[in-house]
Unconditional design. Structure first.
Length: 138
């Protein structure tokens, strides 16, 4: 519960009138924010949680899958991550299921949000290893 919602619920001390400006001043909340919570508008944090494509447990499952693929030596390309996320949502009821996969930029933001998915740069192959130079030059 954010500060503005708490300011609406908690009682005021004796001597302070029960008005929105008095509540805003007492709880140190912007008056416009207090009016917004009273009219039912959610906070930015609550709105952001509602707008996420995957539920937290689904996000963890996708993250674990991508990490496991990377450990096994078959890293998943970024362009396939939205399709994987879309397939994870198939277990939901039809009313709660998204109609389309997430936008292609969603994968980059997903990577930033999940620290364990920071992509390692592949080092160039050493030319002295396995006598590869003779195989490449004909």
């Amino acid at each position: 519960m954010d500060v503005a919602s708490r300011a609406l619920v908690e009682p005021l001390p004796d001597g302070i009138p029960d008005t929105f400006p008095a509540r805003a001043a007492h709880f140190n909340v912007a008056l416009a924010t207090l009016y917004a919570r009273a009219s039912g508008r959610p906070s930015r944090e609550a709105k952001a949680v509602d707008q996420q494509y995957l539920y937290p447990y689904e996000e963890k499952a996708v993250s674990d899958f991508l990490t496991q693929c990377g450990i096994l030596g078959q890293p998943v390309r970024v362009k396939y991550i939205p399709a994987i996320a879309f397939s994870v949502t198939r277990h939901r009821p039809e009313a709660d299921r998204p109609l389309k996969p997430p936008h292609y930029s969603w994968a980059k933001r997903f990577e930033k949000r999940r620290m364990e998915l920071v992509i390692r740069k592949n080092k160039p192959q050493d030319w002295n290893r396995y006598n590869i130079y003779d195989k490449v030059v004909h």
